[in-house]
Design a protein around this ligand. Structure first.
Ligand code: UD2
Ligand code: MN
Length: 588
């Protein structure tokens, strides 16, 4: 592009600190995008993008298009081939200072070329080769043949106070690694950033159409994405976070899958770009998306059931119960048919589960396409403000998910999040009407058919706290992890760590952990639920009020006075210390 100055090492020294802190979109960071492939194909490209507006779906031909060679590594360049960047000790203070701006190592990011090279991370190798030879079906991503006619896509990237280098590296990775005929445009939505340099002039120099939109006031990522989507002219919308890097061949498999079935919402495998070193680390292709009782998104191991459905082919589309939310492609018309996003959601959170449930319950499919890899900088903390408070916003969004989509299982959400009841959910009538209009299936259907491995029990007798008759105290996980002892303390009536479900499969569970005992005298531990009975099977007797461990015949017993926080397992004597009440008086 015309604005490209020649390659120069960026050496932000201590003297750079002051002005870097008030302007982290410092132009010095774009000094190294001397992109060889782009210039040579520029005339081709203008013709492709501007000269042809596909009238129908599946109309953009890749037949005559030849891929540019992938971006060549700059010898000795920081972070090339996705390698880690190490900051010399004398710059550590500066590094720490800059880390606070975005909650990632901005100094490292600024040292890396805006179009650094990455290695090709797609699955191949010995076992894939063997399968290919033996069974003839292709288990190597690089050998897969995609239709020559694929829909065009527009990339929508929303951001608030994003750093120049990560944002533009995202854009460059899209430009460098997407077949040009498929890339309609890139739409950047600035969600009222308070700092940063103007992008308008810079994007004009880029070899593909890149537009910058602005929200009038901080609107949050959900409404910012809606604004971006409105301006999409491609056939497919592809959303990305503002700190991503797309790898070789990331786009074709996503679009190809949508061509097969336009009601498929597809996600790449989200690889990890280290927030400390910006190293590109390939993520497992054996994880999918789930969620816990709090309605937090979580990664879990793909169950054997789904591996079997795919005949063990790790390159086949993976049906995932939920998506992380930031990176996915969806047919534009389908996006709107399906209800776009819930405009009542603020700032951050919840929209990923909302869309996941909606896709599945309303007749679509949600998949991870393992041949598509995109890196993302995962952070420990959020760098920006949540006007009105983090928990209030996140709980508000989650409550909308629970109320509209989860039927009776919304109780788990309210039980697990003390205070969630006090957060107003706002007007949800239009979202409920949407669910009606689309004739969406129930949450029970979703749990039975899409996510039977979920920690939401399908059938349960009870959800609430479990009180001891003698001590009047309650069982309490004390927030402990799998493998640790169950605890007990005074009943606080707030739910959270004192909420247990007693299920028809005889489990007593708290989120994904179950009460578990392996000997007749305890201890009683919290162990990841396995759903196979065994040490995790308990029978509650409503008459004598005992909780009996099936395997050992022992009874759950109040703690000794020496350790009042440790419930025990003892032979049953039916005294009050072994009587429990499952009949909570929570406020939900
Ligand atoms: C994950 C998703 C993210 C979103 C979020 C839940 C991935 C990799 N990321 O969290 O896309 O689904 O879960 O809501 O799946 N932003 C704004 N305005 C705001 C706040 C954020 O534009 O008020 C932008 C932000 O600059 C970023 C994007 O929204 O580009 C996502 O935010 P994030 O990176 O903080 O979310 P993340 O990755 O923790
Ligand atoms: Mn992100």
């Amino acid at each position: 592009g015309g604005a490209c100055k020649k390659s120069e090492d960026i050496k932000p020294g201590a003297e750079a600190l002051a002005d870097d802190l008030d302007n982290d979109y410092d132009q010095r960071q774009d000094e190294r995008h001397d992109n060889k492939n782009i210039d040579s194909s520029k005339s081709e490209l203008t013709k492709d993008i501007a000269g042809r507006v596909p009238a129908t779906y599946k109309s953009t031909s890749l037949r005559r298009w030849r891929p540019a060679p992938s971006v060549l590594p700059v010898p000795g360049g920081a972070g090339e081939k996705g390698k880690a960047v190490h900051i010399p000790p004398e710059k550590e203070a500066l590094m720490k200072e800059k880390f606070k701006l975005n909650q990632f190592n901005l100094l490292a990011s600024d040292m890396i070329s805006l179009n650094r090279s990455l290695t090709d991370v797609r699955l191949e190798g010995f076992f894939a080769d063997i399968r290919y030879k033996l069974f003839g079906h292709c288990c190597r991503c690089k050998d897969k043949k995609y239709p020559k006619l694929l829909p065009t896509t527009s990339i929508v990237i929303v951001f608030h106070n994003e750093a120049w280098s990560t944002l533009l590296r995202t854009v460059w990775s899209v430009i460098n690694r997407s077949p040009r005929p498929l890339l309609k445009e890139v739409i950047l939505v600035d969600d009222a950033s308070e700092r940063g340099k103007k992008l308008e002039n810079y994007v004009k120099t880029l070899p593909v159409p890149v537009f910058v939109l602005r929200t009038e006031k901080r609107s949050g990522l959900i409404r910012a994405r809606l604004l971006g989507a409105k301006h999409v002219t491609g056939q497919v919308i592809t959303f990305l976070d503002a700190h991503c890097e797309c790898t070789e061949g990331w786009l074709e498999p996503l679009l190809a899958r949508i061509v097969e079935d336009r009601r498929t919402v597809v996600c790449p495998i989200i690889d990890v770009i280290s927030d400390e070193t910006f190293e590109y680390i390939t993520a497992s292709d054996m994880t999918w998306g789930g969620f816990n009782w709090k309605l937090n998104f979580r990664w879990y191991r793909v169950p054997q059931r789904e591996m079997d459905r795919r005949n063990g082919d790790r390159t086949a589309p993976l049906r995932t119960p939920t998506m992380a939310g930031g990176l996915f492609s969806i047919d534009k018309e389908y996006f709107y048919e399906l209800g776009a996003y819930d405009e009542g959601m603020d700032i951050w959170g919840g929209e990923n589960l909302e869309m996941s449930f909606r896709v599945w319950q309303c007749g679509g499919k949600l998949e991870i396409i393992p041949c598509s890899h995109v890196g993302h900088v995962f952070r420990d903390k959020s760098p920006y403000t949540f006007p009105g408070g983090v928990s209030k916003i996140v709980l508000h969004n989650a409550a909308r998910v629970a109320e509209v989509w989860m039927d009776e299982w919304r109780d788990f959400y309210y039980a697990m999040n003390p205070g969630a009841r006090n957060v107003p959910v706002g007007d949800i009538s239009s979202r409920k009407a949407l669910r009606e209009k689309l004739k969406c299936k129930s949450f029970r259907w979703y749990l039975e058919n899409v996510y039977p491995e979920s920690q939401m029990p399908l059938d349960y007798y009870y959800l609430g706290d479990i009180r001891n008759v003698q001590t009047k105290n309650c069982l309490d996980t004390m927030g402990r992890k799998s493998g640790e002892n169950l605890g007990m303390t005074y009943c606080h009536n707030l739910g959270g760590n004192q909420v247990f479900a007693y299920t028809k499969r005889q489990q007593i569970m708290s989120d994904d952990n179950c009460l578990d005992a392996s000997s007749r005298t305890g201890p009683v531990k919290l162990v990841r639920c396995h759903g196979m009975g065994g040490n995790q099977a308990w029978v509650y007797d409503e008459v004598d009020k005992t909780i009996k461990h099936v395997n050992t015949g022992s009874c759950l017993t109040k703690p000794e006075t020496t350790d009042v926080n440790l419930p025990l397992l003892k032979s049953c004597s039916y005294h009050e210390g072994q009587q429990w009440i499952m009949d909570s008086d929570f406020k939900w």
